[in-house]
Write a protein that binds this ligand. Structure first.
Ligand code: NCD
Ligand code: ZN
Length: 362
C-alpha cells in the first residue's frame, strides 16, 4: 500500500507559542490539520476567557490564505482558577478543555497546579458540565526517577482523581509508558489519551545514540522499547480511546543546544507523514483515519472533517530539511534516525489535486 486517503486530520495537542514564532510555525500545522487544540502554556499563561479570545484572534489572523484551519483553545489551570470563568469560557465555546500542568513538570509550568486538591472545586464543576480535563501526567517530585514519573502520577494522582470524579472526562496527554497505555485500556471511567509521533518512534537510546541528542528531548521523556511498542500498538489498534496529538513544541535551536536544554520536539512539518509511515509499517493503514481524523473529534463532540488528505510513499527517503527560520533563529524540525518515505500528495482543501485523483486513492 503506497497511497492512502484519509479525512483531514486534527491535532489534539499542539504548542503554537505567540507573536512571530506563532506566525512562523502555524503554516506547518495548517497545511495538514483541520483543527488543533492549542496549548495554553504561554508566558503569561492563558487563564482567562479574554486572553483566550485575543490569542485565538491572533492565530486566526495568521492562518494562510484559503485555509480554513480552526484553532481550539484551552484554559491553563492554576491553584486559583475560578470555576466560574472556566465554565463561562466553555459555555461560550472559547475553552474546549482545561489543561492541568503539575507545577514544574514541563516548559512554562511554573504557574501550574501545586497540589491537585487545590483544584477540586474546579474539577467538580468540570465533571458536572462535561468539560474535558487535559493532563500532563507526570509527578514533579525530584526524588522520583524521571523515567517513572508518568507511572507514579497514575498511582498518586490519576487514580485518586478518577475515584473522586468518576464521570470527569480526562485526556491523558502524550502517553509515554506501557503503564500509561495499560491504565487507559482499563477503561476505568472516561479516560482517553493522545499519542505523539515521537513517542511512537523514539526510545531513550535515541537520546544518547552517538552522543547527547537534545533534539530528541521532550517531556514526558521517551522511554524503553517495551513502552514504545505498547504505544504503537495502542495507536494502531483503532480503539477510540487513543487519538493523535502531535505535542509539536517549537523551541529555538539556541535553547535546545544550551545547558538545561528546553524540552520539546517541533514535529509539525512532518508529523502526519511519520504517523502514516508507522501505520503502514505495522500493516495498520486501515486504522490510520480513526487515529488521526475520527476518534479525537468524536471525543470532543465535533463532526469529522469533510475534507481529505492523500499521502503517498516515495521510493527514496525524503531528505529535505524542514526546519523553520524565525528572524535569525532556527527552529529545527523533528528528524529521527528513521528515514521518512511518506509525503502529502494532495488534498481537496488547497486544490493541489483534482477530485478524480482523490477518488483514485480510495
Ligand atoms: C512542551 C513545550 O515545550 O511547551 N514541551 C514538551 O517537551 N512536550 C510542554 C509539554 O507539553 O510538556
Ligand atoms: Zn505539550
Amino acid at each position: 500500500m503506497n497511497k492512502v486517503k484519509i479525512l483531514r486530520p486534527d491535532d489534539w495537542h499542539l504548542h503554537l507559542r505567540d507573536g512571530e514564532t506563532m506566525k512562523a510555525v502555524l503554516p506547518a500545522t495548517a497545511r495538514a490539520y483541520g483543527r488543533a487544540m492549542v496549548m495554553p502554556n504561554l508566558t503569561p499563561p492563558i487563564t482567562s476567557v479574554k486572553q483566550a479570545v485575543e490569542y485565538r484572534k491572533k492565530i486566526v489572523e495568521s492562518i494562510p490564505d484559503k485555509n480554513n484551519f480552526t484553532p481550539l483553545m484551552t484554559c491553563y489551570l492554576t491553584d486559583s482558577t475560578s470555576p466560574h470563568e472556566l465554565v463561562k469560557g466553555f459555555m461560550d465555546q472559547v475553552f474546549i478543555a482545561a489543561k492541568l500542568y503539575p507545577a514544574g513538570a514541563t516548559t512554562n509550568s511554573e504557574n501550574g497546579v501545586t497540589s491537585i486538591k487545590n483544584i477540586y472545586s474546579v474539577l467538580e464543576k468540570m465533571e458536572i458540565h462535561g468539560i474535558p480535563l487535559s493532563i500532563h501526567g507526570e509527578v514533579t517530585n525530584p526524588e522520583v526517577d524521571i523515567f517513572d514519573r508518568e507511572k507514579v502520577f497514575i498511582e498518586q494522582v490519576l487514580i485518586p482523581i478518577r475515584k473522586k470524579f468518576p464521570e470527569l472526562k480526562i485526556v491523558f496527554e502524550h502517553l509515554s509508558s506501557k503503564e500509561g497505555v495499560d491504565y487507559v485500556l482499563e477503561k476505568d471511567g472516561p479516560t482517553f489519551s493522545t499519542i505523539t509521533p515521537h513517542h511512537m518512534l523514539l526510545t531513550r537510546n535515541d537520546l544518547f545514540k552517538g552522543g547527547l541528542r537534545m533534539f530528541n528531548y521532550c517531556l514526558p521523556v521517551v522511554k524503553k522499547e517495551t513502552d514504545r511498542k505498547a504505544i504503537v500498538d495502542a495507536a494502531t489498534s483503532g480503539d477510540d480511546h487513543f487519538f493523535f496529538g502531535s505535542d509539536s513544541a517549537p523551541h529555538f535551536e539556541k535553547n535546545k543546544l544550551k545547558d538545561k536544554a528546553a524540552g520539546g520536539i517541533f514535529n509539525a512539518p512532518n508529523s502526519i507523514e511519520y504517523v502514516t509511515q508507522i501505520f503502514a509499517e505495522n500493516n495498520k493503514i486501515d486504522q490510520l483515519e480513526k487515529f488521526t481524523s475520527l476518534n479525537g473529534a468524536s471525543f470532543y463532540g465535533f463532526a469529522p472533517s469533510e475534507e481529505s488528505l492523500i499521502l503517498i510513499k516515495k521510493e527514496k527517503p525524503i531528505e529535505k530539511d524542514l526546519s523553520i527560520m524565525q528572524g535569525k533563529d532556527n527552529i529545527r524540525s523533528f528528524k529521527p534516525d528513521v528515514p521518512l518515505y511518506w509525503e502529502i500528495a494532495g488534498s481537496n482543501y488547497n486544490n493541489r489535486f483534482e477530485k478524480n485523483e482523490i477518488e483514485d486513492a480510495r
